[in-house]
Design a protein. Structure first.
Length: 585
């Protein structure tokens, strides 16, 4: 299948879905509440506020295993001292989303509403890029089907209002592929003159193709800064898109060189802050859980566990855990996509392979026809690489695959359109109504892919008859910002607060926060070990926190009784059961 869409057709396939997505997300934004329900979103938001305030790449929230890592690194060599009173470096979260949130905060102020604009814009970009990629590879109608399906898919619409990284990563992956898909002369390296073209049009097309590769390299770099494991996708991009080109070495150097330049400044920052480029605490947190050394994730544990600890200490158990996690991938995909999209995606990938096996009209056209197969292989490789890496680290999640859904839509839409053209191609060329039948068939594919999502999401685009009240409970975040506003009044800007919702303390109170110590009795010992002064303790009236250690039940029992931890006094009891304790002076 060639990049058959005309320039006007590809432009239409890009702009129309983007416009529909913009309308959908604006209506959804106006109709739905904006408070942040996910700890990761609150953590990204507080990092964005640090940048917007000119404080640099520092964090108000430091997990216990992060403090342990920095302290161990300081003890291992000179010049890497750990000072708990100094700003805490961001060694936990990826940098791109906080940077975009910082820009939004500078424009609109650091509010829950402003948090969502980067993801909302990324959702619009994902729909447009789906149309662009589908149009370049499969044709205008396929681009329209893919883009409109992305604009109306309830899951993607929902993620646009979560404050998470998935919408942006999905858009960046599509952007990389849209830049990597070559034109006819980029495949062949020849100047193929077509009727009506000027002699210099083909060299101009190749120059444009080289600039697309440079742009694609920049997008690869941004995608890595949005999630470090996106670097895994460089391998299939190389094998499927860059190395088959006649100018393979120039293409590889141009794309990957630009990507390295984009990533380099942050990698150097992490090298200075953590001793390793692209360092992340998440693998260590998962390792702590997998080894049984933490009831919950490792950031609740005041100990840094190397990601390889389980593999070196008990390879048999590590292999079993990795296989169990990897084997759960189909179920994660089923729950994420539902059976219709999952079966449609599997059928589209099989069809792309079968279609590419039919060689005709020479190897040149076969190369172009294989672009659809390359997209299908890219999708499969991305799923397997993500599942494999997550399984090796010990935790494979449904959320890992959300950024790949827009690419799935492109493959399904493209193969569906090819099937319609193939079926109707059996009609005699001179038969009346053949062109009309083809247009109706293509329009039917667009409707089949986009309308079910639109009818599902439509009720959520209208504001409710009565405005929703403030949430009374949320499983992992503080649902009552006024509680943390009161905390900010009671403790100074340099104070450190221990809490069962430290990410909420960091975002809503703008105070430095650590998780609760594993037990009440360990508070003083951890202060001494890490040189911290825990000036206040905030216990939210919530107990449904994922992966929290069982020993935290003692903290909740203390909260229920209104008793004070040793060395602290009860400063205030809040209406929803929360307690604020201040250090006794």
């Amino acid at each position: 299948m060639t990049p058959t869409g005309s320039r006007r057709g590809v432009l239409l396939a890009t702009l129309l879905p983007a416009a529909v997505a913009a309308v959908v997300v604006l209506l959804y934004f106006q109709a739905q509440p904006h408070w942040l329900a996910d700890p990761d979103a609150q953590d990204y938001a507080q990092l964005g506020r640090q940048l917007a305030a000119g404080r640099g790449a520092v964090s108000n929230y430091l997990p216990w295993n992060g403090a342990a890592y920095l302290a161990e690194r300081a003890a291992a060599g000179p010049g890497t001292g750990w000072d708990a009173a100094a700003p805490w470096p961001n060694i936990v979260r990826f940098p791109l989303t906080p940077v975009l949130m910082a820009a939004s905060f500078l424009a609109f102020g650091p509010t829950d509403e402003a948090v969502h604009w980067p993801a909302a814009l990324a959702f619009v970009l994902a729909a447009g890029c789906a149309g662009l990629l589908g149009g370049r590879v499969y044709g205008t109608w396929a681009g329209l089907a893919a883009g409109l399906a992305a604009a109306c898919l309830p899951m993607l619409v929902n993620y646009s209002l979560t404050g998470l990284t998935e919408p942006l990563l999905g858009a960046l992956i599509l952007g990389v592929l849209a830049c990597a898909v070559p034109g006819r002369t980029e495949w062949s390296g020849e100047q193929v003159r077509q009727p009506g073209n000027q002699s210099n049009s083909q060299p101009g097309e190749r120059v444009a193709g080289r600039w697309r590769l440079v742009l694609g390299g920049a997008v690869i770099g941004l995608a890595v800064l949005n999630r470090y494991d996106t670097a895994l996708l460089v391998l299939p991009i190389l094998l499927l898109w860059l190395l088959p080109r006649p100018d393979r070495w120039r293409a590889c150097a141009g794309s990957l060189g630009v990507a390295a330049i984009v990533v380099l400044p942050w990698a150097l920052y992490l090298w200075l802050a953590a001793g390793t480029p692209l360092f992340n605490l998440q693998p260590a947190s998962i390792a702590a859980q997998a080894t049984g050394r933490a009831d919950g994730l490792g950031w609740y544990l005041p100990e840094y566990v190397q990601p390889t600890a389980l593999w070196t200490s008990d390879p048999a158990r590590a292999s079993r855990l990795a296989w169990d996690e990897f084997a759960a991938t189909p179920n994660h995909l089923r729950k994420l996509l539902g059976w219709p999209w999952l079966l449609g995606g599997a059928a589209a990938c099989l069809l792309a392979g079968a279609r590419a096996a039919r060689r005709r009209n020479g190897p040149h056209d076969a190369q172009l026809r294989d672009a659809g197969l390359r997209l299908a292989l890219m999708l499969l490789a991305a799923v397997l690489l993500r599942a494999g890496l997550a399984s090796l680290l010990g935790l494979n999640l449904q959320r890992h695959f959300v950024p790949l859904v827009p690419l799935l839509l492109v493959v399904v839409a493209g193969e569906a359109m090819w099937s319609v053209r193939w079926v109707l191609g059996w009609l005699p060329r001179g038969r009346p109504g053949r062109r009309l039948a083809l247009a109706l068939g293509q329009a039917a594919v667009v409707a089949l892919l986009a309308l079910p999502g639109l009818t599902t999401i439509w009720p959520f685009l209208a504001p409710p008859s009565t405005p929703p009240g403030p949430p009374t409970r949320a499983g992992e975040v503080e649902a009552r910002p006024e509680n943390l506003a009161r905390l900010a009044q009671l403790v100074g800007p340099d104070a450190v607060v221990a809490s069962n919702v430290p990410w909420s303390v960091a975002w809503q109170a703008d105070r430095r926060a650590v998780p609760l110590p594993p037990t009440v009795e360990e508070t003083a010992a951890l202060e001494q070990r890490f040189g911290l002064s825990i000036d206040a303790i905030y216990l939210a009236g919530q107990v449904a926190i994922a992966d929290a250690p069982r020993s935290w039940r003692a903290w909740d029992e203390l909260r229920r009784r209104g008793a004070s931890p040793p060395g602290y006094v009860l400063a205030e009891s809040l209406p929803n059961g929360g307690r604020i304790y201040l250090k006794a002076r």
